[in-house]
Design a protein around this ligand. Structure first.
Ligand code: NAD
Length: 351
């Protein structure tokens, strides 16, 4: 089925309000999730609603928490999200970082105890809209690991995203990626659609490669992207986001129960701090054009840059609607009822 993005926003907002969220927090979280769907990341869109509803009903997600400053020292900020909607408290931490980077040229923000932050690119987009470069190292804790290290059969990490945003005169460059071969949510979506995942992404419980998304429920693991290099970057996300900013890493399994928590270390830089914004912009624009001018390799139509696929998806889905498979929709509907919406309210909101 295809759903109009505005209907989906209203539906998600109503669910979060029914969980007790203040309207502005419900709206911000709903907008963030639907933007992820528009940008083609269904893994981090409204398909996360059942996770959030469950977490709120179990008392993990604190729907009205705001970020609080724990430490403010020079260019460094430590901000606690109080297990509030990551989309709200993560954005609040980013705003504080932007303010500091504007004043000091650079900010290093530890943003800890956020309920799931969603699509990390949204925080980089926030920084680039302010003319700032940003780098984000994120770990994921609060539930058992699904991702194996390169060469390991046992699971040790989560999908620990890395993100970097660079402002340009026109379309910003946003590299935003899980450090696992694919995002866990993409395994969930493939499972719901009865589709196979790409090769070299999943391993069964015996450590054998497989394309069957069902193996995750049977003790299988997600592998890292790029073999040892992705595995190393995932570990650095665990150490910088988890150990430095969050003081909570995956190693203590008793702490990994039934909540999705992200800790994020953000570096936010004003290009004026270095040689000046003009030289920076000139080189970035020039490099963008130079990279795009490469002749496409066999099987490719053109060279794309980070952020291009998301912009293309957004253009299409704004006009055509957001596709949601029946199984995912059924699970989202069940969670809407658990949050307290009646079937007729759900019908009214989405039709
Ligand atoms: P992806 O593999 O679809 O894209 C990764 C990056 O590569 C993006 O910057 C994209 O613009 C770029 N890209 C994609 N195709 C390209 C192409 N053909 N040519 C050039 N560049 C291309 O993303 P992913 O790894 O599946 O991650 C999806 C989302 O999941 C991200 O938004 C990430 O932040 C989010 N995530 C969040 C968490 C969390 O705990 N909050 C965990 C993992 C992932």
């Amino acid at each position: 089925m295809l759903i109009d993005h505005q209907k989906l926003r209203g539906f998600a907002q109503a669910i979060f309000e029914r969980l007790g969220a203040e309207t502005d927090k419900a709206v911000e979280t709903a907008d963030h999730l639907v933007e992820a769907n528009l940008k083609g990341h269904d893994s981090h869109g409204v398909g996360m609603i059942p996770n959030y509803v469950g977490s709120a009903l179990r008392g993990g997600l604190q729907v009205n928490a705001d970020a609080t400053v724990v430490k403010d020292h020079g260019a460094v900020l430590l901000v606690d999200g109080g297990f509030g909607f990551g989309q709200v408290v993560g954005r609040q931490a980013t705003d504080l970082g932007i303010e500091k980077a504007r004043a000091m040229g650079i900010a290093c923000v530890g943003s800890r105890n956020n309920h799931h932050l969603g699509r990390i690119g949204s925080y980089a987009e926030h920084c680039v809209a302010a003319g700032l470069v940003s780098i984000h190292f994120v770990n994921v804790v609060g539930h058992p690991p699904f991702v194996s290290m390169w060469g390991g059969r046992d699971k040790r990490l989560q999908t620990n995203p890395f993100c970097c945003g660079v402002p340009t005169e026109s379309e910003p460059l946003i590299l935003d990626m899980a450090t696992s071969a694919i995002a866990l949510g993409k395994v969930r979506v493939a499972d719901m659609k009865n589709e196979l995942v790409p090769e070299h992404a999943l391993f069964d419980a015996a450590g054998r490669p497989t394309r069957d998304p069902g193996v995750i429920a049977e003790g299988g693991s997600l592998g890292p992207f790029g073999q040892h290099k992705g595995s190393g970057l995932a570990l650095m996300c665990e150490l910088l986001g988890g150990a430095l900013a969050g003081e909570w890493t995956m190693q203590d399994l008793d702490q990994q129960k039934d909540i999705t928590v992200n800790h994020m270390l953000m570096l936010i830089l004003d290009p004026n701090l270095f040689g000046g914004v003009q030289g920076f912009r000139r080189e970035v624009e020039g490099m963008q054009a130079y990279a795009r001018s490469a002749a496409p390799a066999e099987g490719f139509e053109q060279v794309l840059l980070p952020g291009d696929p998301e912009r293309a998806s957004r253009r299409d889905r704004l006009s055509q609607g957001i596709p949601i498979d029946p199984q995912s929709w059924a699970v989202i509907g069940e969670s809407a009822e658990k949050a307290g919406l009646t079937l007729s309210e759900i019908q009214d909101l989405v039709t």
